[in-house]
Ligand binder design. Structure first.
Ligand code: ATP
Ligand code: MG
Length: 219
């Protein structure tokens, strides 16, 4: 059995309402998990907490079996171990594609594997866009750039929150093909999608409902 990467126990997140209510999830190394759920059910909230980008009200998170202090920032785990892909790209406008991609290295003062990134530019077909201001790119091009940025430090865990929600069929195909390959390369992937057919490409399936994750054997 693969080793545990992340474990969430009895997670509670409240805004005005309780969005996540005693939620539990164990993520093993090399899992490929899809999460579906109605709009407003808390999928993005859960992803932001898993991505160590948001606080929570109750519960515990374990990373490689070690409890994470809810009051610490965890910036280095976030930078090196988690690649986050947003539905709305979150690129910095008026910077070139390449500058956007390498920005995490500038901020963290960490180096990355330049050869690996060059291969990734090819794989995602963005070599010809590297010098272009991201503001003028199409949605699919922006997302391909954003995925390169997410993979800069070769993170073992990739979190994707409706990564193809705004994209055409060709870009969707390219991105889910990449996820399949990354999974074969032993990465761990968690993807939120409204698309049942894409959700089926994952190996484990959950529905978020009533503040909890429910495992589904069939979708
Ligand atoms: N910062 C916030 N402040 C207050 N309420 C929030 C905040 N972020 C999310 N919520 C509320 O929490 C609930 C869950 O939101 P979330 O964005 O996680 O849903 P979702 O499942 O990702 O929906 P969608 O499929 O539309 O993206 C919603 O009712 C939302 O209004
Ligand atoms: Mg969402």
């Amino acid at each position: 059995m693969n080793k545990e990467l992340f474990r969430i126990e009895n997670l509670v997140k409240r805004y005005n309402i309780t969005v996540l209510n005693q939620l539990n999830l164990t993520v093993l190394e090399n899992d490929y998990i899809s999460i579906i759920g109605k709009s407003g059910s808390g999928k993005s909230t859960l992803m932001h907490i898993l991505g160590l980008m948001d606080s929570y009200d109750e519960g515990s998170i374990f990373f490689h079996g070690q409890p994470l202090n809810p009051n610490s920032d965890h910036a280095s785990i976030r930078a090196q171990s988690i690649g986050f892909i947003f539905q709305s790209y979150n690129l910095i406008p008026h910077l070139s594609a390449e500058k956007n991609i390498v920005l995490p290295a500038v901020f963290s003062n960490l180096d990355y594997d330049h050869k690996r990134m060059k291969a990734l530019y090819q794989r995602l077909n963005i070599e010809h866009l590297l010098d272009t201001d991201v503001s003028v790119l199409s949605g699919g091009e922006k997302q391909r750039v954003a995925i390169c940025r997410a993979l800069l430090f070769n993170p073992p865990l990739i979190l994707a929150d409706e990564p193809t929600g705004n994209l055409d069929a060709d870009n969707e195909e390219l991105i889910f093909k990449l996820f399949k390959e990354l999974h074969q390369e032993k990465k761990t992937i968690i993807v939120i999608t409204h698309n049942q057919e894409r959700a089926k490409e994952a190996v484990k399936h959950y529905v978020l409902e009533g503040g909890k994750l429910h495992a589904k054997t069939t979708l």
